[in-house]
Design a protein around this ligand. Structure first.
Ligand code: HEC
Ligand code: HEC
Length: 210
């Protein structure tokens, strides 16, 4: 009898431990909220409660208001990076087929007299793949085993560079995210000037040169 009651007591104790164990591991019920591991104010760049738009204050976009010619420039981001536009582009955009004001100041014939840097040699090279086109049908001019990019020097701005703002953008001066990148320029004046000669990135590649 004594033995049985001890055994029964043991069962009761064991099952209550099991019960406690289950309760601890159970997923939170409808009214319980799981403790967040990362606070939602830390998830995004906005650093505010994700359920409220009230306190959201994005960093203001501040483009340069200095007129073209006032001499302000930004350092290049890395060697031969496309320079950011340092002057106001008010009234210059969008670039249109009959109205490309960028060219009217940055074309090599006029740029230096206006204190602007001419667009570089690379902008007067056609890198588009070679094709045969008879007005109806495109045909590859070389086989698939070769690098199809060709390098054709042309005497004018390449059509693929006509829309300058595809690559050159005005720089906003806010600091939404701090930039820790420290460029390692390979030329002495790499922070101010491009030294891309148009072919040095493709030298040694199996590329058609014309
Ligand atoms: C009225 C003449 C003029 C027009 C139009 C103009 N620019 Fe400029 N740009 C300049 C001058 C001058 C500079 C040199 C910095 C300065 O003095 O503002 C310059 C600087 C730049 C630079 C920086 C070059 C460097 O060395 O860092 C870029 C990129 C640029 N312009 C792109 C453009 C684009 C793209 C457009 C068209 C949306 C444009 N510019 C329209 C005159 C002009
Ligand atoms: C497809 C992208 C692209 C387009 C479109 C483009 N550029 Fe550039 N640009 C670059 C890159 C990349 C560089 C730096 C490397 C180099 O010299 O090619 C550069 C460099 C420049 C420089 C600096 C030259 C130097 O000597 O440091 C000027 C000025 C410039 N571009 C003006 C323009 C103008 C004006 C237009 C429109 C007519 C234009 N770019 C269109 C990519 C582009």
């Amino acid at each position: 009898m004594k033995l049985v009651s001890k055994f029964a007591l043991g069962l009761i104790v064991a099952s209550s431990f099991m019960f406690v164990g289950c309760y601890d591991n159970a997923s939170p019920g409808q009214n319980e909220v799981a403790k967040p591991v990362i606070d939602d104010t830390e998830i995004g760049l906005r650093k505010t409660d994700l359920f409220s738009e009230q306190q959201v204050k994005p960093d203001e976009t501040q483009y340069s208001e200095s007129m073209a010619g006032s001499g302000h420039k930004f350092k290049r981001a890395f060697q031969d990076a496309p320079p950011m536009i340092p002057h106001s582009v008010e009234g210059m955009l969008p670039v249109q087929i009959n109205n490309n004001q960028c060219v009217s100041c940055h074309a090599p014939e006029v740029a230096s007299s206006l204190g602007a840097l001419p667009y570089p040699e690379s902008h007067m090279i056609d890198f588009r793949p070679k094709h045969k086109f008879d007005g109806q049908k495109f045909e590859k001019s070389i086989d698939n085993m070769k690098n199809e990019v060709s390098i054709k020097k042309i005497s004018q701005l390449s059509g693929s560079r006509f829309n300058c703002t595809l690559c050159h953008a005005p720089q906003s001066t806010g600091e939404l995210v701090h930039n820790n990148f420290d460029p390692d320029f390979t030329t002495k004046d790499g922070a101010e000037k491009s030294h891309w000669t148009g072919t040095n990135l493709t030298d040694g590649l199996d590329t058609v040169k014309e």
